[in-house]
Design a protein around this ligand. Structure first.
Ligand SMILES: C[S@@+](CC[C@H](N)C(=O)[O-])C[C@H]1O[C@@H](n2cnc3c(N)ncnc32)[C@H](O)[C@@H]1O
Length: 215
């Protein structure tokens, strides 16, 4: 994990990047791939994806974007992202930066994409402030995030296992109330709660939707 225009490498982050796609594979097959496709069809203009990881969204961007910037601060992830970008034939550029300090001009982005990232960013409030800053007036955030459950039983487990999960999943907080954070910064226009099939109960449910920069 890292913020700012720099990158981090550690043995654990190399391992995390290596197992990322296999760990998600069942979930991708059981609905996440299709969810990514549905979410990203609304991306347009100059697009910035934060925490782009290994590039699982790449295949789903619509053609004809003005520009695609893929930000990723963790070096082993960024290398995999570059390699998938080359193979995909999609036109885009990898930017080595964390979401709390994005090196792009204020009001210059039409669409920001965040899929399973705000749980991992060390300072999600700062990241959302940056998203609002870089979006043009009335720009769009497309998000898909796993959040703390409303069910008492599940959220108790999320609390109990938050520490071990965070250590295993490279900083991911399974008990974070991300919806409230988004609502405090942006205007939510569409919201669905969904199950992330094929993935552990700790990372349920998902919130999927769209928010605008104008409050
Ligand atoms: C669970 S992965 C999600 C990857 C990808 N968005 C996806 O949908 O598969 C979380 C990503 O957030 C990245 N990350 C970690 N710290 C970050 C930060 N400060 N700002 C932005 N991304 C960060 C991680 O390196 C990782 O690639």
């Amino acid at each position: 994990m890292q913020s700012g225009a720099m990158t981090m490498t550690s043995t654990w982050s190399r391992f995390g990047a290596a197992i990322y796609d296999p760990f998600l594979a069942l979930g991708e097959r059981r609905g996440m791939r299709e969810r990514r496709r549905r979410l990203l069809r609304d991306a347009s203009g100059r697009v910035l994806e934060i925490g782009a990881g290994t590039g699982l969204n790449l295949a789903h961007y619509p053609r004809g974007l003005d520009e695609l910037l893929l930000s990723e601060p963790v070096e082993p992830m960024a290398r995999r992202l570059e390699s998938r970008l080359r193979r995909s034939g999609v036109r885009g550029r990898v930017v080595r930066a964390g979401a709390e300090a994005i090196p792009v001009a204020t009001g210059s982005i039409d669409t920001v994409v965040s899929t399973m990232v705000l749980c991992t960013v060390p300072d999600p409030e700062a990241a959302l402030g940056e998203i609002r800053r870089v979006l043009r007036p009335d720009g769009l955030l497309l998000f898909c995030e796993h959040v703390r459950s409303d069910s008492n039983r599940r959220s108790r487990w999320q609390e109990r296992l938050a520490g071990p999960w965070e250590a295993f999943a490279d900083g991911c907080r399974c008990n974070q109330e991300t919806l409230g954070l988004i609502e405090r910064t942006l205007r939510i226009e569409r919201l669905e709660h969904e199950a992330w099939r094929g993935m552990p109960g700790l990372v349920q449910p998902l919130i999927v939707g769209e928010a605008r920069s104008a409050k």
